[in-house]
Design a protein around this ligand. Sequence first.
Ligand code: FMN
Length: 415
Amino acid sequence: MNYLEINSSKNIILAVTGGIAAYKSAILVRRLKDYGFHVRVVMTQGAQAFITPLTFQALSGNSVHTALLDSDAEAGMGHIELARWADLVLVAPASCNTIARCAHGLADDLLSTLYLATKAPVWIAPAMNQQMWAAKSTQRNLSILKADGVHIITPDSGAQACGDVGLGRMPEPEVIAEQVHAYFQQTQNTTSLGMLAGKRVAITAGPTREAIDPVRYISNQSTGKMGFALAEACYAAGAEVTLIAGPVCLSTPYGVKRKNVVSAADMLAQSMDALETGCDIFIATAAVADYRVDDIATQKIKKIGDTLDLELVKNPDIVATIAEQAQRPFMVGFAAETQHLEDYANGKLVNKKLDMIACNDVSRKDIGFASDDNAMVVFFAKKYAMPARTLEKAPKLEIAHALVESIAQALQTQA
Ligand SMILES: Cc1cc2nc3c(=O)[nH]c(=O)nc-3n(C[C@H](O)[C@H](O)[C@H](O)COP(=O)(O)O)c2cc1C
C-alpha cells in the first residue's frame, strides 16, 4: 500500500482556536490534503475573529463546524458525529484558553465537547506569547493533558507576532503535516514497519556549541534535520527512540524522547546515560565540535587587541567512546566530506569501530546541511559482507527510512 492509499482512508479534524497563528492553519489544511487526508475544520468563536470559516470551507472542501448546537447535524449532535468520524483530532493553533478548558473537562462549546466525546488520538499545537507559554498555569494544564494522553507538539522558538522572542510559535504547517503523515505511516503497512520493533535507539543530532565566554561560542552549520528525520523513521519502524539534540529549532517528532544538550561534553554525558539505560543502536548524526576552548572566560572578552588567541583543546570523540564500551550497541556513523568520500568513510568505519557509515558530499550545494534533501553512500563493516548502498537524492525522511532498512538488514545478518 502506498502512502496516498493509507492516508486517503484517514479523517482528520483540524480544530482552530483564537490565536494569531490561525492564519497558518489555512496552509495546514492544504498540506494535510496534499498528503491525501480528509480534513474537516472546527473553529472556536475566538478563531473566527482571526480567519473566516469561508477560507477553511474553500480549502478543505467541507463545510466548517462552529456551533455546538447544530440543527443541521444528524439528530442535532454534530459533536458526536465529528467525534466518531475522526481518526485524529489536531488542535492547531491551541490557545491558552482552549488548553485550560480541555484540561479541566469543560464542555460548553463544540471543540471542548468534541474533545471529551472522541476516542481518536488528540494532538495539540500550542501557540502563544512566550510569557503565556511559560505561565505556571499553562504548563500545569499541559501536564494534565499530557497525562491524559494528548500529544503535545512542542512550539518553536523565535520572533513572535507580538514582538517578543521566545518559545510559543506554532511550528510550520509543513512540519505538522509531516508528523501527522509519519504517525499514520507508522501504524500502517509501510516497508520499514516493525523492522526495529523492540529495539532501543539513541540518536545524536544537530551541532554542539562550545562557549568562548558568557555570550560567544564556536559552532557549525548543522541543522539537525537528518537526525530528526532518522528519529521519526526509527520510531515509525517500531523502535523506542531517544534523540539527543544540540541547539536546533526543530519540533520533536511524534513518540520520540528528546534530550536537549549544548556542548560536546553534555552530548557525551547524555549518550553515556542512554547507553546505561539500554541502547541497541546508536546513530551519530550530530556535527560535534572537534575542539573546545580550553579556558572559557567568565566575563565577556573585550575588543582590545588586533588579534585574539584562543587555545583550543580536543573534544571527546563521542562515537569512539561509545564504541569502546563493553555493552557496545550497533554503531552508525555519519561522515560529511568535501572530497575523497569513499576513502574517508572507510577509514572512519575502521578507526571508530563502526558497523555502518552513511557518507554525504557536503560540497554539493543541493543537499546536506540546511537542505531538506540528502544523497548518501552507505558502507558496512566487513563482517556484514554487505555491498555499499547508494541512496540517490531524496527528502531526508525518505533517506532516513532507507537507512533504517539498511540497519535492520545488517542486524539480520548477525541474528
Ligand atoms: C490579537 C490577539 C491575538 C491573540 N493571540 C493569541 C495567541 O496567539 N495565543 C493564545 O493562546 N491566545 C491569544 N489571544 C487570546 C485568545 O484569543 C483568547 O484567550 C480567546 O479567549 C481564545 O478563545 P478560544 O480558545 O476559544 O479560541 C489573542 C488575542 C488577541 C486579541
